[in-house]
Design a protein around this ligand. Structure first.
Ligand code: NAD
Length: 409
């Protein structure tokens, strides 16, 4: 199944349960606008490359489009479309006044210098600037895009349109970024886990965690878990992972990786491949890297009780069905990783007001948003007798549908 078909599968499952008509389903599931731009550039080493930049603006029924930018060799319109659609349902589920978008560039940042990254970013924004804006479409970080990339976006857009901090979120604090944004997606993942543990009446100190992906989302989730007393048994990045039955020293690994180290070269721990890591016995498995890592061929070998989808689309529909049959409870991506876009909304709000909130205020508002979304999803799942992902999609589709109908079709 293609990335797009996978998102459509989950959408259709919920839409069918809601008995939506065919035209309404088509109207809500299809993207509003897809854009691709050519980015020819001279690399710092003198070679010539031609990249393609993508942006899919999936839905703007509830507000300006919102979603990350991903720099990765596999990035294309198909992935942009699938991820943009997830953003439409995510922003609706946590009830923030945005639609959904996603995009990126089909480049490999590991083969590029800092200067190359700046050039490709500025050229992308220069080609795209008419389609984005504080009340049109607001990009944010995703895989391989950092606060520095967001700073270049703000600067390039502002050169053409005048000072516009609200055109992009995930910016550095020195450039109107928000307190709490860097940690926000990981923090949101942990709020969801805390709500679940509260319902299960099980202490976090007696729970074990395995995390795939140690970038922005995975490393912050690991660090917050460690600080709360949770036992993080294993973490990994694209080079492989490290494991300890006693629990890893996460602050040490966090420091090691923020200085440019990779996990396969960390001394003092047992090393595992990414495939071995997914099968480790634990309470919570947290995929926090790329999509499709849990599929038909490995879903039977997982040894966890709960899956928290910190990454977007980490579980294929075939695997989703296997996990349900195995009674492995899954918190879906559009709920579990919504902390990032919530704090992006707070950043945009602060930028528009030219006002700054404290980290305590940001986290307190984030905790409230995540708790409310978690409780609504659990309630609807129980009422309708559906799984949590279907419940989350039903809530989101209902909200986008109502806004669309009120605006007039
Ligand atoms: P990142 O670039 O900061 O980190 C990605 C991590 O995944 C890195 O540790 C990388 O080494 C690892 N990785 C890459 N390929 C891998 C592979 N094949 N196997 C194992 N690990 C691999 O990206 P991020 O911002 O942390 O995003 C991670 C996931 O979370 C993505 O699915 C993204 O869409 C999703 N997400 C991110 C945000 C955000 O605010 N950054 C918000 C919501 C969802």
């Amino acid at each position: 199944m293609s990335a797009n078909d996978q998102t459509l599968y989950y959408f259709n499952k919920a839409a069918n349960a809601m008995q939506l008509s065919e035209p309404i389903m088509m109207m809500l599931s299809r993207p509003w606008r897809t854009i691709s731009v050519k980015i020819p550039m001279e690399m710092e080493n003198g070679s010539m490359k031609v990249f393609t930049g993508f942006r899919v603006q999936h839905n703007k029924g509830r507000g300006p489009c919102k979603g990350g930018l991903r720099y990765h060799p596999t990035m294309d319109l198909e992935h942009s479309n699938s991820l943009a659609s997830l953003m439409t349902w995510k922003t609706a589920l946590v009830d923030i006044p945005f639609g959904g978008a996603k995009g990126g560039i089909n480049c490999n940042p590991r083969e590029m210098t800092e200067k190359d990254l700046e050039t490709v970013t500025r050229k992308f924004i220069s080609a795209m600037h008419e389609s984005i804006g504080p009340y049109k479409d607001i990009p944010a970080p995703d895989v391989n895009t950092t606060s520095q990339v967001m700073a270049w976006i703000m600067d390039e857009y502002s050169k053409i349109n005048g000072y516009s901090p609200a055109v992009v979120t995930g910016k550095p604090l020195e450039l109107q970024g928000s307190q709490g944004r860097t940690a926000a997606t990981g923090q949101g993942v942990i709020y969801v886990i805390q709500n679940l543990l509260e319902d299960l009446k099980h202490p976090i100190e007696e729970s074990s965690f395995v995390i795939q992906g140690f970038g922005n989302v995975g490393s912050w989730a690991a660090l917050i878990l460690y600080r709360l007393g949770g036992k993080v048994l294993a973490v990994s990045d694209y080079t492989g992972g490290v494991y300890s039955q006693e629990g890893l020293d996460i602050p040490r690994l966090f420091q090691y990786c923020s200085e440019g180290g990779t996990l396969s070269s960390v001394p003092g721990y047992t090393h595992v491949t990414n495939e071995e890591l997914l099968a480790l016995p634990c309470d919570f498995l947290i995929p926090a890297a790329l999509g499709d890592c849990i599929h038909q061929s490995n879903a039977h070998s997982l040894n966890c009780k709960y899956i928290i989808e910190a990454a977007n689309a980490p579980v294929t529909p075939e695997a989703d069905e296997i996990l349900q049959k195995r009674n492995i409870l899954l918190m879906p991506d559009i709920l579990a990783n919504a902390g990032g876009v919530c704090v992006s909304y707070f950043e945009w709000t602060q930028n528009i007001q030219q006002f700054q909130w404290s980290e305590e205020e940001v986290n307190s508002r984030l905790r409230t948003k995540m708790r409310s979304a978690y409780q609504t999803v659990c309630k609807v799942a129980k009422q309708k007798g559906v799984d949590l992902r279907t419940a989350a999609f039903m809530i989101a589709i209902g909200r986008v549908g109502k806004a669309t109908a009120l605006s007039g079709i």
